[in-house]
Design a protein around this ligand. Sequence first.
Ligand SMILES: *Cc1c(COP(=O)(O)O)cnc(C)c1O
Length: 452
Amino acid sequence: MHLYTDATERMARALADLCLDRLAMQAPLDYTLTPEELLETAGQTVTDEGIGQDEAMRLWEHVLAPACLSIDHPRYLSFIPGAPSKAAAAFDMLVGASSVYAGSWLEGSGAVFAENQALRWIADLAGLPAEAGGVFVQGGTIGNLSALVAARAATQHRRGSRPARWAVVLTDETHSSVKHALESVMDVDVVLIPGDERGRLTGAAIREWLATSSDTQRESVFAVVATAGTTNLGVVDDLAGIADVAEEQGWWFHVDGAYGGAGLAAPSVRDLYAGVERADSFIVDPHKWLFAPFDCCALLYRDPVLARAAHTQKAGYLDPVTVEGEWNPSDFAIQLTRRARGLPFWFSLAVHGTQAYTDAVERTLAVARDGRALIDAADHVRLLVEPDLSVLIFERVGWADADYAAWSKRLLDDGRAFVTPTRHQGTVCTRFAIVNPLTGVDDLAGILDSMR
Ligand SMILES: *Cc1c(COP(=O)(O)O)cnc(C)c1O
């Protein structure tokens, strides 16, 4: 077999057919298998001689793909789902076939230009200044890590010294990726500030900590992380109050909008984000609530020069791409080689226009409000936290861990829905995370009924 010529056209057409089918249909929710079950049905797929195109495609279509949940199913309401537009999903195929290197302007100027216009739309929604810019990275985890690394470098450069320990201010509901970045990757301490009754980090609570902390503790802080749409509860922190404290203390102000940043496009909730325009760095995952396929996180910096100083890799073989004045996406995060992962999002945005995005986000918010009304009206379930966005966290009155687990498994086994248990303040409960414009209130009603 030859790697480059054999049956290229036949293979491409067969794969395109599979893609077209997938784009055209409402995919089933599908199911999870154990490694033993998969070995039993799929067998050993990697062999000396190769199993051939027909067999590999058969395995994918009939064995492997059905063993992967469809994240864009309208009743996939766990974690934070995704719901790529058809345009974005289709363009993703093209990105894979195009061999565009989107790490440098020299190699990928056209792709980088388009990605930057998509980033600019987000920067404008947030109210960031004209110089703001950044890069699409793999996900919120790398986005948060890259921003915090830039924040620490910028602070150290500005101060001209470093404390014995660095620290960052956050709260319990801050996403696990931020704690992981700080503690496991960067070896930075976490200053955990208690959240308010909805788990929000507030400027007032940080001020209380400031009033009782030592000089050493205060000097160790280089940044505060606010969340615009917490993952478990979907609430927006007190961005303006936190921005005030950050400004007074000379801290970097990072806003994690991996899930909730998309709400910036929705006039009905835009007020909640007051203060985001003061962020030094900001992330939003288009693969969550902005209808792009995995994996895609928009990372923006107020002053990209500071990010470049922290992230540019230097080596003789990179000199040709390190050209003054050229926008190299690699320079703004922890990465070098990168696929043009912002292009599927850009294509869909260019095709449909930004108003379609506003409409789609508003639709999910409206369904979440209707779902909340259903919960309020029912006796067997109880809302636990007043929602800001499109996450509803609630309990089934009287249920314990095992009840939720059995119910959740039954829903998935029946191919009806994927709704997992979670915990709030130590107690088991469940939640709906609604980011799919195809999710309707009837879907939510059916699931609530299944809990009776
Ligand atoms: C999902 C999420 C992340 C992590 O993003 P990934 O794309 O999964 O890496 C970070 N922060 C928040 C608030 C999130 O919801």
